[in-house]
Design a protein around this ligand. Structure first.
Ligand code: MN
Length: 337
């Protein structure tokens, strides 16, 4: 079997590896499709603060059950599955209140522990989620990126009365757009890259804004009877957008943040207090994959259009080069194992 590892920042390697049999409550998964995430690129570039090296990367994984550990029940050999990359302790305060995605001992497969860019890997049974055998495994491998959108919009709340502004029309912005539309909201997408905005229109955006200075504030001013968007999601990770978001959000508006920047943002408190704005951080997902898989299986989303390029796993180097050299034409690049 092969495994794709980042040996040290900048150094991607395809290793020959051996198949490890599953322990007590583990499942051996044969990986079929795996999506490349921006965070995989960051680990390769050495800019992911959580990564340790060497690391087998990959956390957007769909495959089939190959073998079960003695205590791993509920699955049969050959079942189609996806992996929830969030491993949590189950005992700490956040775990006890259902927020295991911010577990005090969190380990993310592909970041803190070896991930799924390999022909076979063993996963705790609690992190294996079954999908219908009819679901295309490329689409199944989009469950994790869609779970990012599911989590942030569950944090902010999102429904038919909402007007959502999404900053960023990259892969995560486009999943937020699609989930917002699924929940019946209006959704406007802003980006500095015009070609990405065409993509957002294709995924059902009610409006798009080319984000030149001042343009976003102007474009969304008429939302919600002139009050502004009720939900703002930053899928760019640009800290300065927070000050714009609190200024343009509607009274009682909610802001969802997905970026990990350590750069401070200056925010005017009057906007937050005067309009009772709520600001939510959103990390990974809190056991939302079953819900997301329901959406993917129902055909309510347009996931197939997200997958622009698929490479054989042995061509991982070319796949990463494509994402780094031409980020605006790729949405989701997947590897086939
Ligand atoms: Mn991802």
């Amino acid at each position: 079997m092969i495994a794709i590892a980042v040996e040290e920042p900048g150094k991607l390697a395809i290793r020959q590896d051996t198949i490890v049999q599953p322990k007590q409550d583990e499942i051996l998964v044969r990986v079929c499709r795996a999506g490349i995430c921006g965070s995989d690129v960051h680990i390769l570039e050495g800019s992911n603060p959580f990564a340790q090296y060497p690391r087998i990367i990959g956390h957007e994984i769909a495959g089939r059950v190959e073998a079960l550990g003695p205590d791993a029940g509920g699955f049969s050999i050959g079942d189609a599955v996806v992996i929830d990359p969030v491993v949590s302790c189950g005992n700490c305060y956040p775990c006890r209140i259902g927020r295991h995605n911010v577990c005090a001992q969190i380990a993310v497969l592909g970041v803190h522990r070896d991930g799924g860019f390999r022909s076979y890997f063993t996963v705790p049974a609690a992190n294996v989620v079954q999908v219908s055998n009819d679901l295309d495994l490329g689409i199944a491998a989009l469950a994790e990126p869609f779970s990012i959108a599911a989590n942030v919009l569950s944090r902010t709340g999102c429904g038919p009365n909402d007007s959502v502004l999404v900053y960023g029309a990259g892969p995560i912005g486009l999943t937020v757009l699609q989930v917002a539309k699924l929940k019946g909201a209006r959704c406007i997408v802003a980006d500095i890259d015009k070609s990405r905005l065409d993509g957002a229109l294709g995924f059902g955006a009610d409006g798009v804004v080319h984000a030149t200075p001042g343009a976003v504030e102007k474009a969304v001013a008429g939302e919600t009877d002139g009050l502004g968007p009720t939900v703002v999601v930053d899928a760019t990770g640009v800290p300065a957008l927070l000050s714009e978001a609190v200024a343009l959000a509607s009274p009682a508006g909610r802001i969802g943040l997905l970026g990990f920047s350590e750069v401070p943002a200056s925010v005017v408190q009057k906007h937050i207090v005067g309009k009772e704005i709520s600001i939510f951080g959103s990390r990974l997902n809190r056991k939302l994959l079953p819900e997301v898989i329901g959406w993917l299986e129902s055909g309510e989303l347009q996931p197939a259009d997200m997958i622009r390029n698929t490479f054989a796993a042995t061509e991982a180097e070319q796949a990463f080069a494509m994402i780094r050299n031409d980020p605006s034409s790729t949405i989701k690049v997947q590897l086939e194992f």
